[in-house]
Design a protein around this ligand. Structure first.
Ligand code: ADP
Ligand code: GLC
Length: 502
């Protein structure tokens, strides 16, 4: 059986990306399309989206579509494109006033309205296209008002009579909170009682909380994170709302798009390798060090890589002392690509200056460098404070780049600490969020790397891991089947013969 799915996300690869949400919105949609389902994905038409790279068509009957947000009358034009290499249609919501800004996300006073318009436009377009979604899938706070609108403004719409809503939390640290003086923007009328009343009295509206409370199912991107966010330490104020939903909350681990992230055919890399040709990985490493003006390596010297948004979530506070110590006490190379909090940019830039030739830092966003670092490094650092899923550690495993991770969220669900006695395990996992634990993990890496045979075993284990979306997407299909009271096998059986989307 073919499902109709309306997915709403604020970013999608390769159109617009700031982090893993874009990879997931794209790969999951493509995989569900491959499995025979009708997925229509709605994203803002940011000015940052390269028009020349897409086959764009205006949707004639979706021009000048009025979208109400309180006293602000917005009008949107809808464009249609396909996710490259796939049949999945993307509907781009165009409104220059809202989406023509210097960055995808802003701190502007109308930030909440930019995404209310996206969400409302998606529902309006379904209606106008006579598209009856079985599932409206909201990704993160940007789309989190959809479940509430399906229970209020769209309750009696025949197009949504059989619709179930799913709210996926990619990161509970971003909640889309805005002042209650903007209540009218939600256009709820008498249904405003559906909002969280204590929040309203406190003068705020929390988009994510509304999604959690009203969605038919709430998912997050790993089973461990699903458990963690039920606690005050990780819940960031959402733990009560989540507790209220009980078993409606579950974790589904993200997958990896191996068409994009595989050293066997990575289009950003000049040299390809697999577990049987690791000498080529070493060649790539030499190549990379040379390109980045890092001093040559004689003998076995490990290269540590990092690619990340520079935020406290990613655990950089653990590196303040431990990374200089690593560089001072050992012959190592460190390569970092990232952008974000100026405090961390300064830290990495300072280290690159001090340990020139051994520590290299690129401040910015660069897709090609991200692939190079995965391919060339020996180990990958992800000491996150919290990590809903994390994709880079899963990419790293495939590239034989040993992840050094903290035991949290999706990191805990995808990396198993290596045990030299049994030869089992895929990475280095530490528990406590403190400098001694971080230092221990780095020392462990140095020690194990020095033993060529041991390290090779670890690399072989890592490269064998498989987190393909083909498997992970069936978890979503099982959930959709439950919500729709359908036989899951009928949804999964619809799976068309698999071929690479590339
Ligand atoms: P998050 O979504 O929290 O940022 P993930 O590990 O899920 O973390 O996904 C991050 C994604 O963004 C990966 O695909 C990673 O390669 C990419 N990325 C992050 N920062 C950069 C950067 N500066 N340049 C290129 N890619 C980046
Ligand atoms: C978020 C999380 C990250 C996750 C990604 C995709 O940005 O921080 O852990 O992998 O979303 O779900």
């Amino acid at each position: 059986m073919k499902l109709s799915i309306c997915a709403i996300a604020s970013e999608v690869v390769p159109l617009a990306k700031s982090g893993g949400l874009a990879d997931v919105a794209s790969a999951l949609s493509r995989q569900l399309t491959l499995a025979g389902h009708d997925v229509r994905l709605f994203v803002p038409f940011y000015t940052q989206i390269r028009r020349d790279k897409l086959e764009l068509a205006r949707v004639d009957f979706l021009q000048k579509v009025p979208v109400v947000t309180g006293s602000h009358q917005h009008v949107v034009d809808i464009w249609r494109a396909r996710l490259p290499g796939s049949a999945t249609p993307v509907y781009l919501v165009e409104n220059d006033g809202l989406y023509s800004r210097p960055a995808l996300y802003t701190n502007d006073p109308d930030e909440h309205r930019r995404f209310l318009v996206l969400t409302r436009a998606a529902l309006e377009c379904c209606k106008r296209m006579h598209f009856r979604p079985h599932i409206v899938h909201s990704h993160d706070w940007h789309a989190a008002i959809a479940p509430l609108w399906l229970r209020s403004n769209y309750r009696h719409e025949p197009m949504f009579a059989g619709t179930r809503s799913v709210m996926t939390i990619h990161n509970i640290g971003y909640q889309g909170e805005f002042g209650a003086e903007n209540l009218a923007d939600l256009d709820l009328g008498v249904d405003s009682y559906l909002l969280h009343q204590d929040d309203l009295r406190a003068g705020k509206i929390n988009a994510l909380k509304s999604g959690i409370l009203h969605a038919d199912a709430v998912t997050t991107v790993s089973p461990t994170y699903a458990r963690e966010i039920a606690t005050p330490r990780y819940g960031m104020g959402m733990e009560q709302a989540l507790a209220a939903r009980g078993a409606a909350v579950r974790g589904i681990l993200n997958g990896v798009d191996y068409d994009e992230w595989d050293p066997r055919h990575d289009r950003y890399l000049p040299i390809h390798f697999d577990p049987a040709t690791l000498a080529k990985k070493a060649e790539l490493k030499r190549n990379f060090l040379l390109r980045q003006n890092m001093t040559a390596i004689h003998g076995r010297v490990p290269l540590f890589g990092m690619v990340s948004r520079l935020t406290s979530q990613k655990g950089f506070d653990l590196l303040t002392d431990t990374l200089p110590a690593l560089l001072s006490n050992n012959d190592v190379r460190v390569a970092t690509v990232g952008t974000g909090d100026p405090k961390y940019e300064k830290f990495f830039a300072g280290l690159a200056q001090k340990y020139k030739g051994r520590m290299w830092f690129f401040s910015g966003y660069d897709e090609s460098l991200a692939h190079w670092i995965e391919g060339a490094s020996d180990a990958f650092l992800m000491p996150s404070l919290y990590e809903p899923c994390g994709l880079n550690q899963m990419y790293s495993l495939r590239y034989g780049t040993i992840p050094i991770v903290r035991n949290t969220g999706g990191l805990a669900d995808s990396v198993q600490h290596f045990d030299p006695a049994t030869g089992a395990g895929t990475g280095i996992v530490f528990n406590d969020f403190d400098a001694p634990a971080m230092a221990w993990a780095l020392d462990q890496a140095i020690e194990w790397y020095a033993d060529e045979k041991l390290w090779d075993r670890l690399v072989q284990n890592a490269m064998r891991m498989d987190f393909s979306w083909r498997t992970q997407s069936t978890e979503y299909l099982k959930l959709f089947a439950e919500l729709l009271q359908l036989d899951a096998a009928a949804l999964i059986e619809g799976d068309a013969p698999q071929k690479s989307a590339g």
